[in-house]
Design a protein around this ligand. Structure first.
Ligand code: ZN
Length: 463
Protein backbone atom coordinates (compact mmCIF):
# COMPACT_ATOMS: atom_id res chain seq x y z
CA UNK A 1 0.00 0.00 0.00
CA UNK A 2 1.61 3.19 -1.18
CA UNK A 3 -0.58 5.70 0.63
CA UNK A 4 -0.70 6.06 4.38
CA UNK A 5 -3.94 7.04 6.06
CA UNK A 6 -3.60 9.65 8.79
CA UNK A 7 -6.39 10.28 11.29
CA UNK A 8 -6.93 12.76 14.09
CA UNK A 9 -7.23 10.69 17.26
CA UNK A 10 -9.26 12.23 20.10
CA UNK A 11 -7.53 9.85 22.54
CA UNK A 12 -4.04 11.26 21.88
CA UNK A 13 -5.09 14.70 20.62
CA UNK A 14 -2.89 14.32 17.53
CA UNK A 15 -3.06 13.39 13.86
CA UNK A 16 -1.40 10.00 13.53
CA UNK A 17 -0.53 7.45 10.88
CA UNK A 18 -3.14 4.73 11.06
CA UNK A 19 -1.68 1.30 11.77
CA UNK A 20 -4.32 -1.41 12.13
CA UNK A 21 -3.87 -4.11 14.77
CA UNK A 22 -4.24 -6.66 11.96
CA UNK A 23 -4.02 -5.26 8.40
CA UNK A 24 -5.78 -8.42 7.25
CA UNK A 25 -8.78 -7.43 9.36
CA UNK A 26 -9.38 -3.74 10.05
CA UNK A 27 -12.21 -3.19 12.54
CA UNK A 28 -14.30 -0.08 13.05
CA UNK A 29 -17.29 0.66 15.28
CA UNK A 30 -19.65 3.63 15.09
CA UNK A 31 -22.44 4.49 17.51
CA UNK A 32 -25.68 4.26 15.55
CA UNK A 33 -29.16 5.66 16.03
CA UNK A 34 -31.54 5.35 18.97
CA UNK A 35 -34.65 4.41 17.05
CA UNK A 36 -37.43 6.38 18.77
CA UNK A 37 -38.05 9.08 16.16
CA UNK A 38 -37.22 10.03 12.56
CA UNK A 39 -33.50 10.73 12.17
CA UNK A 40 -32.64 14.42 11.70
CA UNK A 41 -30.02 15.98 9.50
CA UNK A 42 -27.58 16.14 12.44
CA UNK A 43 -27.84 12.34 12.78
CA UNK A 44 -27.04 12.03 9.08
CA UNK A 45 -23.62 13.60 9.48
CA UNK A 46 -21.79 10.74 11.29
CA UNK A 47 -23.60 8.20 9.11
CA UNK A 48 -22.29 9.83 5.90
CA UNK A 49 -18.83 10.73 7.24
CA UNK A 50 -18.09 7.25 8.61
CA UNK A 51 -19.54 5.66 5.48
CA UNK A 52 -16.85 7.57 3.59
CA UNK A 53 -14.22 6.30 6.06
CA UNK A 54 -15.51 2.73 5.55
CA UNK A 55 -15.20 3.18 1.76
CA UNK A 56 -11.65 4.51 2.17
CA UNK A 57 -10.60 1.60 4.40
CA UNK A 58 -12.09 -0.83 1.87
CA UNK A 59 -10.11 0.92 -0.86
CA UNK A 60 -6.83 0.89 1.08
CA UNK A 61 -7.01 -2.56 2.71
CA UNK A 62 -9.36 -4.46 0.40
CA UNK A 63 -13.08 -5.00 0.81
CA UNK A 64 -12.67 -8.44 2.37
CA UNK A 65 -10.32 -7.07 5.05
CA UNK A 66 -12.54 -4.51 6.76
CA UNK A 67 -15.43 -5.04 9.21
CA UNK A 68 -17.68 -2.13 10.15
CA UNK A 69 -20.19 -2.39 12.98
CA UNK A 70 -22.81 0.34 13.45
CA UNK A 71 -25.26 -0.46 16.20
CA UNK A 72 -28.94 0.22 16.71
CA UNK A 73 -30.09 1.25 20.19
CA UNK A 74 -33.58 -0.21 20.55
CA UNK A 75 -33.95 -0.14 24.34
CA UNK A 76 -33.99 3.31 25.92
CA UNK A 77 -36.08 5.65 28.11
CA UNK A 78 -37.04 7.76 25.10
CA UNK A 79 -38.25 4.65 23.25
CA UNK A 80 -40.44 3.56 26.17
CA UNK A 81 -41.90 7.04 26.54
CA UNK A 82 -42.63 7.44 22.81
CA UNK A 83 -44.25 3.99 22.47
CA UNK A 84 -46.51 4.70 25.47
CA UNK A 85 -47.41 8.12 24.03
CA UNK A 86 -48.39 6.60 20.68
CA UNK A 87 -50.10 3.55 22.23
CA UNK A 88 -48.02 1.01 20.29
CA UNK A 89 -45.62 -1.70 21.43
CA UNK A 90 -41.94 -0.92 21.77
CA UNK A 91 -41.12 -3.41 19.03
CA UNK A 92 -43.61 -1.76 16.66
CA UNK A 93 -42.02 1.62 17.35
CA UNK A 94 -38.41 0.46 16.95
CA UNK A 95 -39.09 -1.69 13.85
CA UNK A 96 -40.97 1.13 12.14
CA UNK A 97 -38.36 3.76 13.01
CA UNK A 98 -35.50 1.48 11.96
CA UNK A 99 -37.14 0.75 8.59
CA UNK A 100 -37.50 4.50 8.02
CA UNK A 101 -33.85 5.04 9.02
CA UNK A 102 -32.76 2.40 6.49
CA UNK A 103 -34.73 4.11 3.71
CA UNK A 104 -33.23 7.48 4.68
CA UNK A 105 -29.60 6.39 4.71
CA UNK A 106 -29.94 4.32 1.55
CA UNK A 107 -31.17 7.46 -0.24
CA UNK A 108 -28.07 9.25 1.06
CA UNK A 109 -25.86 6.77 -0.80
CA UNK A 110 -24.69 5.07 2.40
CA UNK A 111 -23.49 1.47 2.01
CA UNK A 112 -25.71 -1.09 3.73
CA UNK A 113 -24.95 -4.61 4.98
CA UNK A 114 -26.66 -6.14 1.93
CA UNK A 115 -24.45 -4.10 -0.41
CA UNK A 116 -21.16 -5.41 0.95
CA UNK A 117 -21.65 -8.73 2.73
CA UNK A 118 -20.81 -11.92 0.88
CA UNK A 119 -22.55 -15.17 1.85
CA UNK A 120 -20.20 -17.64 3.52
CA UNK A 121 -17.55 -14.98 4.26
CA UNK A 122 -16.68 -12.98 7.37
CA UNK A 123 -19.20 -10.14 7.76
CA UNK A 124 -18.08 -6.80 6.37
CA UNK A 125 -20.90 -4.69 7.75
CA UNK A 126 -22.82 -5.64 10.89
CA UNK A 127 -25.76 -3.73 12.30
CA UNK A 128 -26.20 -5.22 15.78
CA UNK A 129 -29.35 -4.45 17.77
CA UNK A 130 -29.01 -3.89 21.51
CA UNK A 131 -31.92 -6.15 22.44
CA UNK A 132 -30.20 -9.07 20.66
CA UNK A 133 -27.16 -8.68 22.95
CA UNK A 134 -28.60 -8.66 26.46
CA UNK A 135 -26.76 -11.88 27.40
CA UNK A 136 -23.40 -10.31 26.46
CA UNK A 137 -24.22 -7.19 28.50
CA UNK A 138 -25.21 -9.29 31.52
CA UNK A 139 -21.95 -11.26 31.28
CA UNK A 140 -19.89 -8.04 31.20
CA UNK A 141 -21.80 -6.57 34.14
CA UNK A 142 -21.26 -9.77 36.18
CA UNK A 143 -17.54 -9.65 35.41
CA UNK A 144 -17.32 -5.98 36.45
CA UNK A 145 -19.05 -6.74 39.76
CA UNK A 146 -16.72 -9.72 40.40
CA UNK A 147 -13.59 -7.63 39.77
CA UNK A 148 -14.78 -4.81 42.05
CA UNK A 149 -15.43 -2.24 39.30
CA UNK A 150 -19.19 -2.30 39.80
CA UNK A 151 -21.61 -2.67 42.70
CA UNK A 152 -25.28 -3.38 43.32
CA UNK A 153 -27.47 -0.72 44.97
CA UNK A 154 -31.27 -0.41 45.10
CA UNK A 155 -31.91 -2.79 42.20
CA UNK A 156 -29.27 -1.05 40.05
CA UNK A 157 -25.79 -2.07 39.07
CA UNK A 158 -23.47 0.93 39.01
CA UNK A 159 -19.98 1.36 37.63
CA UNK A 160 -17.58 2.41 40.38
CA UNK A 161 -15.74 5.30 38.68
CA UNK A 162 -13.09 5.83 41.41
CA UNK A 163 -12.07 2.17 40.85
CA UNK A 164 -10.58 3.27 37.51
CA UNK A 165 -7.81 5.85 38.05
CA UNK A 166 -7.51 6.63 34.29
CA UNK A 167 -11.19 7.59 34.00
CA UNK A 168 -11.49 10.84 32.00
CA UNK A 169 -8.56 10.01 29.71
CA UNK A 170 -10.60 10.26 26.52
CA UNK A 171 -12.51 13.46 27.27
CA UNK A 172 -9.49 14.94 29.09
CA UNK A 173 -11.66 16.36 31.82
CA UNK A 174 -10.26 16.73 35.32
CA UNK A 175 -12.06 14.42 37.75
CA UNK A 176 -13.07 17.21 40.15
CA UNK A 177 -14.64 19.19 37.29
CA UNK A 178 -16.66 16.15 36.20
CA UNK A 179 -17.70 15.56 39.80
CA UNK A 180 -18.93 19.13 40.17
CA UNK A 181 -20.98 18.71 36.97
CA UNK A 182 -22.45 15.41 38.15
CA UNK A 183 -23.30 16.66 41.63
CA UNK A 184 -26.65 18.06 40.56
CA UNK A 185 -29.34 15.65 41.73
CA UNK A 186 -27.18 12.67 42.59
CA UNK A 187 -29.19 9.48 43.13
CA UNK A 188 -28.92 8.56 46.83
CA UNK A 189 -27.70 5.02 46.08
CA UNK A 190 -24.56 6.21 44.23
CA UNK A 191 -21.26 5.96 46.11
CA UNK A 192 -19.66 8.65 43.91
CA UNK A 193 -21.59 11.26 41.91
CA UNK A 194 -19.74 10.08 38.78
CA UNK A 195 -20.85 6.45 39.07
CA UNK A 196 -23.07 5.52 36.16
CA UNK A 197 -25.78 2.94 35.52
CA UNK A 198 -24.95 -0.44 33.97
CA UNK A 199 -28.33 -1.97 34.78
CA UNK A 200 -31.54 -0.58 36.23
CA UNK A 201 -34.96 -1.80 37.31
CA UNK A 202 -37.73 -1.72 34.69
CA UNK A 203 -40.98 0.05 35.46
CA UNK A 204 -44.19 -1.94 34.94
CA UNK A 205 -44.92 -2.31 31.23
CA UNK A 206 -41.33 -1.60 30.19
CA UNK A 207 -39.19 -4.29 28.54
CA UNK A 208 -37.26 -6.31 31.07
CA UNK A 209 -34.83 -9.19 31.33
CA UNK A 210 -33.56 -11.33 34.25
CA UNK A 211 -31.09 -9.14 36.15
CA UNK A 212 -27.40 -9.87 36.74
CA UNK A 213 -25.53 -9.95 40.06
CA UNK A 214 -28.27 -11.69 42.05
CA UNK A 215 -30.82 -8.86 41.72
CA UNK A 216 -34.19 -10.63 42.03
CA UNK A 217 -36.32 -8.12 40.08
CA UNK A 218 -36.04 -8.02 36.29
CA UNK A 219 -34.49 -4.95 34.71
CA UNK A 220 -32.82 -3.53 31.63
CA UNK A 221 -29.37 -2.33 30.57
CA UNK A 222 -28.05 1.22 30.62
CA UNK A 223 -27.08 2.81 27.31
CA UNK A 224 -23.27 2.75 27.62
CA UNK A 225 -22.94 -0.99 28.28
CA UNK A 226 -24.74 -1.74 25.01
CA UNK A 227 -21.87 -0.44 22.87
CA UNK A 228 -19.19 -2.11 25.01
CA UNK A 229 -20.92 -5.49 24.66
CA UNK A 230 -21.74 -5.21 20.96
CA UNK A 231 -18.30 -3.96 19.89
CA UNK A 232 -16.54 -6.71 21.91
CA UNK A 233 -18.75 -9.41 20.45
CA UNK A 234 -18.35 -8.38 16.81
CA UNK A 235 -14.93 -6.70 16.70
CA UNK A 236 -13.03 -8.02 19.72
CA UNK A 237 -12.01 -6.68 23.13
CA UNK A 238 -9.62 -4.21 21.45
CA UNK A 239 -10.20 -2.93 17.93
CA UNK A 240 -8.94 -0.24 15.56
CA UNK A 241 -11.36 2.69 15.29
CA UNK A 242 -14.30 3.85 17.40
CA UNK A 243 -16.32 6.67 15.85
CA UNK A 244 -19.22 8.93 16.76
CA UNK A 245 -20.43 12.49 17.13
CA UNK A 246 -18.45 14.96 19.25
CA UNK A 247 -21.36 15.13 21.70
CA UNK A 248 -20.78 11.45 22.58
CA UNK A 249 -17.22 11.89 23.94
CA UNK A 250 -18.55 12.53 27.42
CA UNK A 251 -20.13 10.68 29.06
CA UNK A 252 -21.01 7.96 26.52
CA UNK A 253 -17.57 7.14 25.08
CA UNK A 254 -15.72 7.80 28.31
CA UNK A 255 -18.02 5.27 29.99
CA UNK A 256 -17.66 2.74 27.18
CA UNK A 257 -13.88 2.93 27.64
CA UNK A 258 -14.19 2.44 31.42
CA UNK A 259 -16.48 -0.59 31.07
CA UNK A 260 -14.52 -2.34 28.31
CA UNK A 261 -11.05 -1.73 29.70
CA UNK A 262 -11.96 -2.75 33.24
CA UNK A 263 -13.91 -5.80 32.09
CA UNK A 264 -11.24 -7.13 29.73
CA UNK A 265 -8.20 -5.68 31.52
CA UNK A 266 -6.91 -4.03 28.35
CA UNK A 267 -4.84 -0.84 27.90
CA UNK A 268 -7.27 0.61 25.34
CA UNK A 269 -10.75 -0.16 24.04
CA UNK A 270 -10.03 1.16 20.54
CA UNK A 271 -6.72 2.61 19.32
CA UNK A 272 -8.24 5.50 17.41
CA UNK A 273 -11.25 7.61 18.43
CA UNK A 274 -12.83 9.75 15.73
CA UNK A 275 -15.43 12.43 16.37
CA UNK A 276 -17.38 14.51 13.89
CA UNK A 277 -18.25 18.14 14.63
CA UNK A 278 -21.62 19.73 15.38
CA UNK A 279 -24.24 20.65 12.80
CA UNK A 280 -26.31 23.80 12.97
CA UNK A 281 -29.06 25.02 10.63
CA UNK A 282 -28.85 28.47 8.98
CA UNK A 283 -26.52 29.67 11.73
CA UNK A 284 -28.62 28.42 14.64
CA UNK A 285 -28.54 25.37 16.87
CA UNK A 286 -31.15 22.91 15.63
CA UNK A 287 -33.97 22.42 18.11
CA UNK A 288 -37.64 21.53 18.09
CA UNK A 289 -38.48 24.73 19.99
CA UNK A 290 -36.81 26.94 17.35
CA UNK A 291 -38.80 25.18 14.65
CA UNK A 292 -35.67 24.48 12.58
CA UNK A 293 -35.59 20.76 13.33
CA UNK A 294 -34.97 19.14 9.94
CA UNK A 295 -35.45 15.42 9.44
CA UNK A 296 -33.56 13.56 6.73
CA UNK A 297 -36.93 12.71 5.15
CA UNK A 298 -37.86 16.43 4.96
CA UNK A 299 -34.65 17.30 3.14
CA UNK A 300 -35.03 14.36 0.75
CA UNK A 301 -38.46 15.61 -0.27
CA UNK A 302 -36.82 18.64 -1.88
CA UNK A 303 -33.33 17.43 -2.73
CA UNK A 304 -31.80 14.28 -4.21
CA UNK A 305 -29.73 12.24 -1.72
CA UNK A 306 -26.61 12.93 -3.74
CA UNK A 307 -26.97 16.69 -3.19
CA UNK A 308 -27.42 16.15 0.55
CA UNK A 309 -24.39 13.86 0.64
CA UNK A 310 -22.10 16.29 -1.20
CA UNK A 311 -23.31 19.16 1.00
CA UNK A 312 -22.38 17.17 4.10
CA UNK A 313 -18.93 16.26 2.76
CA UNK A 314 -17.98 19.77 1.59
CA UNK A 315 -17.08 20.62 5.18
CA UNK A 316 -14.24 18.74 6.87
CA UNK A 317 -15.78 16.24 9.30
CA UNK A 318 -14.17 17.72 12.40
CA UNK A 319 -15.34 21.27 11.68
CA UNK A 320 -18.78 22.50 12.69
CA UNK A 321 -21.11 22.55 9.69
CA UNK A 322 -23.73 25.20 8.95
CA UNK A 323 -26.60 23.54 7.06
CA UNK A 324 -28.05 26.10 4.65
CA UNK A 325 -30.32 26.25 1.64
CA UNK A 326 -27.53 28.06 -0.19
CA UNK A 327 -25.18 25.17 0.47
CA UNK A 328 -27.69 22.71 -1.01
CA UNK A 329 -28.24 24.89 -4.10
CA UNK A 330 -24.50 25.15 -4.63
CA UNK A 331 -24.04 21.36 -4.37
CA UNK A 332 -26.86 20.84 -6.84
CA UNK A 333 -25.09 23.08 -9.38
CA UNK A 334 -21.77 21.30 -8.77
CA UNK A 335 -23.36 17.90 -9.42
CA UNK A 336 -25.02 19.16 -12.60
CA UNK A 337 -21.63 20.34 -13.81
CA UNK A 338 -19.90 17.07 -12.91
CA UNK A 339 -22.60 15.00 -14.57
CA UNK A 340 -22.26 17.09 -17.72
CA UNK A 341 -18.52 16.40 -17.82
CA UNK A 342 -18.85 12.72 -16.85
CA UNK A 343 -21.67 12.08 -19.33
CA UNK A 344 -21.96 8.37 -19.97
CA UNK A 345 -18.22 7.74 -19.70
CA UNK A 346 -17.15 4.44 -18.11
CA UNK A 347 -15.56 4.64 -14.65
CA UNK A 348 -11.74 4.73 -14.80
CA UNK A 349 -10.14 1.62 -13.36
CA UNK A 350 -7.94 3.55 -10.95
CA UNK A 351 -9.08 6.22 -8.54
CA UNK A 352 -6.97 9.35 -9.15
CA UNK A 353 -4.08 9.48 -6.65
CA UNK A 354 -4.69 13.11 -5.76
CA UNK A 355 -8.23 12.30 -4.54
CA UNK A 356 -7.05 9.35 -2.44
CA UNK A 357 -4.11 11.37 -1.09
CA UNK A 358 -6.41 14.17 0.06
CA UNK A 359 -8.71 11.70 1.83
CA UNK A 360 -5.70 9.99 3.41
CA UNK A 361 -5.01 13.28 5.18
CA UNK A 362 -7.61 12.85 7.95
CA UNK A 363 -10.43 12.59 5.37
CA UNK A 364 -9.74 16.03 3.92
CA UNK A 365 -12.92 16.13 1.85
CA UNK A 366 -12.66 19.84 0.87
CA UNK A 367 -9.24 19.17 -0.70
CA UNK A 368 -10.49 15.98 -2.38
CA UNK A 369 -13.51 17.86 -3.80
CA UNK A 370 -11.11 20.48 -5.21
CA UNK A 371 -9.36 17.64 -7.03
CA UNK A 372 -12.72 16.52 -8.45
CA UNK A 373 -13.31 20.09 -9.64
CA UNK A 374 -9.91 20.05 -11.33
CA UNK A 375 -10.68 16.75 -13.10
CA UNK A 376 -14.02 18.21 -14.14
CA UNK A 377 -12.53 21.37 -15.60
CA UNK A 378 -9.94 19.29 -17.47
CA UNK A 379 -12.77 17.21 -18.93
CA UNK A 380 -11.37 13.96 -17.51
CA UNK A 381 -14.72 12.15 -17.51
CA UNK A 382 -13.64 8.64 -16.53
CA UNK A 383 -11.26 9.81 -13.79
CA UNK A 384 -13.87 12.22 -12.41
CA UNK A 385 -16.35 9.38 -12.14
CA UNK A 386 -13.80 7.11 -10.40
CA UNK A 387 -12.88 9.82 -7.89
CA UNK A 388 -16.50 10.75 -7.24
CA UNK A 389 -17.44 7.07 -6.81
CA UNK A 390 -15.10 6.86 -3.81
CA UNK A 391 -17.24 9.67 -2.32
CA UNK A 392 -20.39 7.65 -3.06
CA UNK A 393 -21.24 10.15 -5.83
CA UNK A 394 -21.75 9.90 -9.61
CA UNK A 395 -22.54 6.20 -9.35
CA UNK A 396 -24.87 6.59 -12.34
CA UNK A 397 -24.26 7.82 -15.86
CA UNK A 398 -25.76 11.14 -16.88
CA UNK A 399 -28.42 9.35 -18.95
CA UNK A 400 -29.43 7.14 -16.00
CA UNK A 401 -29.59 10.17 -13.74
CA UNK A 402 -31.85 11.97 -16.19
CA UNK A 403 -34.12 8.95 -16.49
CA UNK A 404 -34.28 8.70 -12.69
CA UNK A 405 -35.17 12.39 -12.48
CA UNK A 406 -37.98 11.90 -15.00
CA UNK A 407 -39.31 8.90 -13.07
CA UNK A 408 -39.05 10.71 -9.70
CA UNK A 409 -40.70 13.88 -10.99
CA UNK A 410 -43.75 11.93 -12.15
CA UNK A 411 -43.95 13.98 -15.36
CA UNK A 412 -46.07 12.63 -18.16
CA UNK A 413 -43.57 11.66 -20.87
CA UNK A 414 -46.29 11.32 -23.54
CA UNK A 415 -47.55 14.84 -22.76
CA UNK A 416 -44.00 16.22 -23.04
CA UNK A 417 -43.43 14.50 -26.37
CA UNK A 418 -46.75 15.90 -27.63
CA UNK A 419 -45.80 19.46 -26.58
CA UNK A 420 -42.41 19.15 -28.23
CA UNK A 421 -44.05 17.97 -31.47
CA UNK A 422 -46.52 20.88 -31.21
CA UNK A 423 -43.67 23.34 -30.75
CA UNK A 424 -41.77 21.89 -33.70
CA UNK A 425 -44.83 22.19 -35.95
CA UNK A 426 -45.46 25.79 -34.76
CA UNK A 427 -41.85 26.75 -35.49
CA UNK A 428 -42.01 25.16 -38.93
CA UNK A 429 -45.13 27.25 -39.56
CA UNK A 430 -43.37 30.32 -38.09
CA UNK A 431 -46.21 30.60 -35.55
CA UNK A 432 -43.97 32.02 -32.78
CA UNK A 433 -46.84 32.64 -30.35
CA UNK A 434 -47.87 28.95 -30.49
CA UNK A 435 -44.22 27.90 -30.20
CA UNK A 436 -43.81 30.07 -27.05
CA UNK A 437 -47.02 28.66 -25.55
CA UNK A 438 -45.71 25.10 -25.95
CA UNK A 439 -42.38 26.07 -24.45
CA UNK A 440 -44.06 27.82 -21.48
CA UNK A 441 -46.18 24.73 -20.85
CA UNK A 442 -43.03 22.61 -20.77
CA UNK A 443 -41.28 25.06 -18.42
CA UNK A 444 -44.28 24.92 -16.10
CA UNK A 445 -43.79 21.14 -15.95
CA UNK A 446 -40.16 21.65 -14.91
CA UNK A 447 -38.92 20.51 -18.32
CA UNK A 448 -36.04 22.24 -20.10
CA UNK A 449 -35.76 21.73 -23.87
CA UNK A 450 -32.63 22.01 -25.92
CA UNK A 451 -32.51 22.30 -29.71
CA UNK A 452 -29.49 20.45 -31.02
CA UNK A 453 -27.41 21.34 -34.07
CA UNK A 454 -28.51 18.16 -35.82
CA UNK A 455 -32.13 19.34 -35.73
CA UNK A 456 -33.27 17.08 -32.89
CA UNK A 457 -34.71 18.36 -29.61
CA UNK A 458 -33.76 16.85 -26.24
CA UNK A 459 -35.27 17.61 -22.89
CA UNK A 460 -34.39 17.24 -19.20
CA UNK A 461 -36.27 17.57 -15.95
CA UNK A 462 -34.81 20.11 -13.54
CA UNK A 463 -32.82 18.17 -10.86
ZN1 ZN B 1 -22.01 3.92 21.63
Amino acid sequence: MALMLRLYNTLTGAKESFAPIDPEHVRIYACGPTVYDAAHIGNARPIIVFDLLFRMLRHLYGAAHVTYARNVTDVDDKINARAAERGITIRELTDGTLAQFHRDVRDLGVLMPDDVNVAGERPRFIEPRATDHIAEMVAMIEALVRSGHAYVAAGHVLFDVPSMPEYGGLSKRPLDEMEAGARVEVAPYKRSPLDFVLWKPSKPGEPSWPSPAGIPEPGRPGWHIECSAMSAKHLGQTFDIHAGGIDLIFPHHENEVAQSRCCFDTPVMANVWLHNGFLQVEGEKMSKSLGNFVTIRDVLKDWPGEVVRLTMLKTHYRQPIDWTLRGLEESSRVLDRWYNVAGDAPVARDIPDAVVEALCDDLNTPAAINELHRLGSEGQSAALRAGANLFGLLARTRSDREQDAVAASGVDVAAIDALIAERRAARAAKDWAASDRARDALTAMGVAVKDNKDGTTTWTVAR
